[in-house]
Design a protein around this ligand. Sequence first.
Ligand SMILES: [Zn+2]
Length: 606
Amino acid sequence: MLCTSRLHWPAWQRPTSWSSWRHFLHHISARGRLLQELGPWVAPSHQVWQWFYEASQDVVYLCPSTDQWFSCSRLTSSRTTRQSQTLYSSPQPCGAPSSVGIFLPTTVNTMANQSICSLHSALELVSAEHSTIPDLWSPETIPPEFFDMPTNYQRLIGPHPPSAFQCSEVAVALREDTELLGCSDGSYVDTTGQCYHGWILASEVRQTITEGSGPGHGHPDLLSSYRAELSGLLALVYMVYRISSYHGIHSGTFRIHCDNKSALAKAVTTAPVGITPFFTSDYDLIALIQLHFGLLPISAVGKWVKGHYSGDKKKYKHDLNDRVDQLATTAYGLLPREFQTKGAIPPPPGYRIRLLSQNGIITSKYYTMLSTAHHDQPLVEYIVKKTKWSPATFCTVDWAAHDRAFRRLSRFQHIGISKMIHNLSNTHRQNRLLYGHSDLCPGCRVNEETFEHVLQCSHAPTALVCTEALLVLDQSLTATATNKKVSEVMLGGFRDWLDPNFKSDRRSSPSTFGSVCPHDMLITAAYTHQFHTLGWYNFCLGRISSKWHEAVRACLTPRTPFHHLQWGSLLISALWKFIKTLWQHRNGLVHGSDAVANAKRILTGL
Ligand SMILES: [Zn+2]
């Protein structure tokens, strides 16, 4: 028997008088919530544990009764593989352990020869790393409360851990004061990809007891201020857990303040059962906070505080929030190198499964990251094959802007635009290939109708729609503050390509051609790249040359803000609008421009 219970189940009787129970519950609870909270659980657990794990010495103890102790020491394996399990020797009689270290109840799996092959409890997440990684902190700064602190937590707490005196102040505040207060805040700098948090422990009586700042870590694509907030919360909860465990504190109140409602709510409430919590953003940190929050031997609550409060009713919690905000924002540049944000970090103790991408752990956006890893390569190969580009040419397209423009579309628009840009629209060429129908253009009735022809058709009404759509495109370029010369050159080349009467022996060349002015040279380079390397057909499909934004940026007056992704994505959206206008016009020719014309067409066709 690994663990027995003191409960005499099923000796408990079922309640007999339901109405009395209902009456009683009505008085102590409102809508299922207690009117007065129960407070900390002080009675001993009903479970009687027999197995314990001592983390600092890595020994498993068996204790069938208080005067009988057996110890199991760890067997070292010669080679560690992914499949290898941690093995412990069979139980050997020993005296009662005198250790005051982390001593946790656990359950074990035993093998046929009575040796232990695995342990089951939260201990893996709590226990120290049994490694020889040197401390990040200098030995004289480590308080006894933080002895054997895993490197992950040292990094999280930052370069300045609380001193022994400050730790004892925290313990005294918990024992004597009304409440221990904690506050944390996070900051994320988009341009540098750095993410930091600030934390503070205080009480109304003692004011600031200890404070510090540390880095948030994670995959560079997944760092955010939310992740920084969670790192700060974890640092706080873990420190209070270690201090209260060391001092044997079992009463007291700890109130954590944070200005991020969502981070706080996720961190201090127990996650629902099932797989769903594992897919929430930054679950790795949330799980650790929840674990240590649950292990706190004191009463702990999380309370939201309004950030940057400047009203008349400013309270101490607002001061704390201002201070941690300052700590988090000033951490960048102040912290030593080993305490700066890192993309790839060793996993915390207890990690069993990790999804890795570019050597970083995926902690958020699982669906996007998996979908990208799964679909991107085949899509690239498909486009390279269709366009007959080299992989190097493929990389010269501004795909980041393309991605941004595509994300802006609704789900319904995604389908329509995807069909057009991947040449899947139902043209008459397709109808001939699939059904043997005529492939002639419904407008000019001269050429085979491909999607390219839909844009270049010489049919007078189509040419008119095309001219109008080009005007709209020009207006969109003006709206995005594009330099007039750039838009003239860009639209000039595109117009020449669209013009069915443009003689093939005539050379299309930009007005900047031959100029040695640096701006003009950049414009000519972008034009040449789009024309000769990528092609104007790909241009209107949204595959614009990355060289365009260099030209636009260069032509701006100094100190004008320019976001090339934003500019590129707006141009692509305008181009998609252009091809959509012409495709809708073509559909009007085939199916009728309105419901009446459509009905008439169907009736005549019968
Ligand atoms: Zn035509």
